[in-house]
Design a protein around this ligand. Structure first.
Ligand code: SF4
Length: 238
């Protein structure tokens, strides 16, 4: 699989596990607050550098017993046709696997779950489940099919056996406290919902670098309200 970057050890990307993180390149969304702009460009873009997959596999073989898990993030990993094969190889080494996704490829997710290739999925919810608002949060690169797929992925994951976390990056220009509560209401019954603090600086849309984030207290208040619908609500990176 084409891997654009790697974190060799992380204590925060897979809850309770020591994990390495692989980043794929290419995304069908263009979220204005995204910090991974270098990973949003198309995989075939000339000049793009990739790590050697065989070397990654050999490195993972040597780390068995030190690392617990492998996280695949992006970009949007489900756009990569080699993802299932890569996950099979990682599973054969005995690692737990986690996928970070925007949820727009329900069919890919369904096949990965059916093959028992995923232990944990973190699905980004970009905004309120209304097409126009969602499109704005995705930088207007969102088809109706992608939007319906996000809804389908939420349903699929909520009815699966794997560990699951929903996450929203809370951006004052895109989300009010009422919007965040509406997302929690949509996710009613989910085990986990994380509110990620928006950080200006290096955003895909440079205008977003001038937006002042919500305070920690404001995010904690939103989280408290969301607990009416979701059991565990965390505020991240404050
Ligand atoms: S934040 Fe948006 S644009 Fe950036 S990688 Fe995730 S889905 Fe793609």
């Amino acid at each position: 699989m084409k891997v654009a970057g790697m974190i060799k050890q992380s204590l925060v990307d897979y809850p309770g596990k020591i994990a390495a993180v692989l980043f794929t390149r290419g995304c069908n969304f263009c979220c204005p607050f995204c910090h991974n702009g270098h990973l949003v460009v198309k995989p075939g873009k000339s000049g793009a550098q990739y790590l050697d997959w065989q070397e990654i596999m050999e490195w993972l073989e040597e780390r068995k017993g030190f690392l617990d898990a492998l996280v695949i993030s992006g970009g949007e990993p489900c756009l990569n046709p080699e993802l299932p094969k890569a996950l099979r190889q990682i599973k054969e080494l005995g690692y737990k696997t986690k996928l970070d996704t925007n949820g727009s490829r329900t069919g890919v997710l369904a096949r990965l779950i059916e093959e028992s290739l995923l232990d944990y999925v973190a699905l980004d919810i970009k905004g309120v489940m209304e097409y126009k608002k969602y499109q704005e949060a995705c930088g207007r690169r969102l088809s109706t099919e992608d939007f319906l797929n996000v809804k389908g992925s939420i349903y699929l994951l909520q009815n699966s056996h794997i560990e699951l976390e929903f996450r929203t990056t809370v951006v004052p220009a895109l989300h009010t406290a009422e919007d965040i509560l509406a997302i929690a209401r949509y996710l009613e019954g989910a085990a986990r919902f994380s509110l990620q603090q928006f950080k200006p600086g290096h955003t895909l849309n440079p205008d977003y670098n001038n937006i002042k984030p919500y305070s920690r207290e404001e995010l904690q208040d939103m989280a408290q309200e969301c607990r009416r619908y979701v059991r565990e609500v965390k505020v991240l990176n404050t």
